[in-house]
Design a protein. Structure first.
Length: 212
């Protein structure tokens, strides 16, 4: 099996279920890591690389939803597919609202399980690509000087050079130079492109001058 195959983390306190699901997943080309409890997963799992979590709801110690909440607080990016023999509407709704990819009832057929896992893996891939773009944009804006940040914050809000110069207490010529530097560092050619970067990073939602 390729070392680059996604890893499916199976967290379930039923040993026979872990054995059966592991066989199915390995036969389908995945790497598999099994845990009998949420605590074992937290202690021993390696969550780098592609993969997802198949998570039971009712377990000793931390329950599935409690583990989901803990992982959300700690920045876990692995998508979660719940597998349970005790489904109820409230738990299902809460889990999905909290970001679960799917909520399946045991016994689950290969026909239902494998597409659910594929959707979860696709979502992780999409999230990683989105985060890579955001990291790049943060690096670009991070290269701005404090004064360039002030100019950037006002430019993307539609302020003209004369207005920015007045607000920052400097000359219009100086603002033009800062504005040119901002556009070069952000690798954009228009205010619309600069504003799109600010929007992606959530800067336009900040009130007033984001650098102050």
């Amino acid at each position: 099996m390729s070392s680059t195959a996604p890893t499916i983390h199976v967290i379930d306190d039923d040993a026979s279920f872990r054995t059966g699901i592991s066989r199915l997943l390995k036969a389908s080309g995945y790497q598999v890591a099994v845990y009998e409890s949420a605590h074992e997963f937290l202690k021993n799992s390696t969550r780098d690389g592609p993969g997802c979590i198949l998570l039971d709801v009712r377990m000793q110690g931390l329950s599935g939803p409690e583990l989901q909440a803990h992982l959300a607080r700690t920045g876990n990016e692995l998508p979660i597919v719940f597998l349970t023999g005790h489904a109820d509407i409230l738990t299902t709704v809460q889990a999905v609202k909290a970001g679960a990819e799917d909520f399946l009832t045991k016994p689950v057929s290969k026909r239902i399980l494998l597409p659910s896992i594929e959707r979860a893996l696709a979502r992780r891939d999409e999230l990683q690509k989105k985060n890579a773009v955001l990291d790049n944009l943060r690096a670009l804006t991070g290269s701005l000087t404090p004064r360039e940040r002030e100019v950037f914050a006002l430019v993307v809000r539609g302020k003209r050079n004369k207005q920015i110069a007045y607000e920052l207490g400097t000359s219009e010529r100086t603002i033009k130079a800062h504005r040119h530097a901002v556009m070069e560092k952000l690798q954009v050619r228009s205010v619309a492109e600069a504003a799109a970067i600010a929007e992606r990073l959530g800067l336009l939602s900040e009130s007033g001058n984001s650098s102050r």
